[in-house]
Ligand binder design. Sequence first.
Ligand SMILES: NC(=O)C1=CN([C@@H]2O[C@H](COP(=O)(O)OP(=O)(O)OC[C@H]3O[C@@H](n4cnc5c(N)ncnc54)[C@H](OP(=O)(O)O)[C@@H]3O)[C@@H](O)[C@H]2O)C=CC1
Ligand SMILES: O=CCCC(=O)O
Length: 337
Amino acid sequence: MAGTTICHRAPLSLSLLRRRSYVRHPSLLPVYSQLSTDTASKGKEFEGRVGFLGIGIMGCPMALNLIKAGYDVTIWNRTKSKCDNLINLGAKYEPTPAQVASSCDVTFAMIADPASAAAVATGENGAIQGLGSGKGYVDVSTVDGATSKLICESVQKTRASFLEAPVSGSKKPAEDGQLIFLTAGDVALYERVASLLDIMGKSRFYLGDVGNGAAMKLVVNMIMGSMMASFSEGLLLAEKVGLDPNVLVEVVSQGAISAPMYSLKGPAMVKATYPTAFPLKHQQKDLRLALGLAESVSQPIPIAAAANELYKVAKSQGLSDQDFSAVIEALKAKLQN
Ligand SMILES: NC(=O)C1=CN([C@@H]2O[C@H](COP(=O)(O)OP(=O)(O)OC[C@H]3O[C@@H](n4cnc5c(N)ncnc54)[C@H](OP(=O)(O)O)[C@@H]3O)[C@@H](O)[C@H]2O)C=CC1
Ligand SMILES: O=CCCC(=O)O
């Protein structure tokens, strides 16, 4: 409904995961809430300094939106030159994650993968060295639950609070402040940073215990990786049997399997161009992590396993830093063999 916050409560018959949210949070925080554009529906305005670690494809526009909204933002990136534009636009800079965390009230991290997210948080000069009571650490990277829990424990040892908040949505939604946050962890921190999430995103889901945000993100990206692999097969098969793949894109866009991703990326894929929004190496990482998640609960995911192999082939072809839609090239290579 326009102008209101829409809160959905899970029926009691839903999964244990959702029921746990109620048990742990007697305030009956909604399992998820979708926000409208009405500022009155948004969380209390955040007060304090904001840190942002990881100024890559996603981190850069996310931090920029916070700067544009008038926040006092301090940034750090391993490759310092990537901070230059944001510094020119008003961001402060600190030379280590520890110094960012020390000088800010809440610090966000948008880092490549589990190993690097853990290193930025807990490694030498890592964020936890600057954290302490009253501070918050919000990891928006896509990692597995085990890594997220490890970071959470390290953060909590400093008496700071932790929220995992991976995002659905790519470069353009990040630029447009239209991301979807999949959060879990400290409920007070979730509420404290709600107004910041609302600047960077269009909706936020609170999913309970740390690990649930990571799991939700991995399931979503598992589906996405398989969809892209299947779409790639369709484009190539259509072309092989003499159909115009551009017409296939149009037909798909009008039917039940329509997805923005196909309309957005299809025309470029037909031209064999893959401007990077979501790097292929990250999609393969997410499939790998989803396979681990599935194994941990003995859930077969054969389609995702097959898709993962395709992304691995694409990586071996040197396509890691191309957009994940370049996975189609792995099928072309197979056809030539
Ligand atoms: N692109 C997308 O569409 C989306 C990506 N994500 C996730 O967001 C995260 C970031 O992705 P994205 O911005 O696309 O990727 P980028 O590759 O552009 O950014 C990765 C960031 O991680 C940093 N980094 C990598 N390794 C290390 C390390 N060892 N130590 C310190 N910093 C390191 C990079 O620093 P440096 O610049 O020095 O290399 C950079 O800031 C990933 O987890 C990804 O899966 C989630 C949703 C969408
Ligand atoms: O992790 C990347 C997700 C990309 C997207 O949701 O479009």
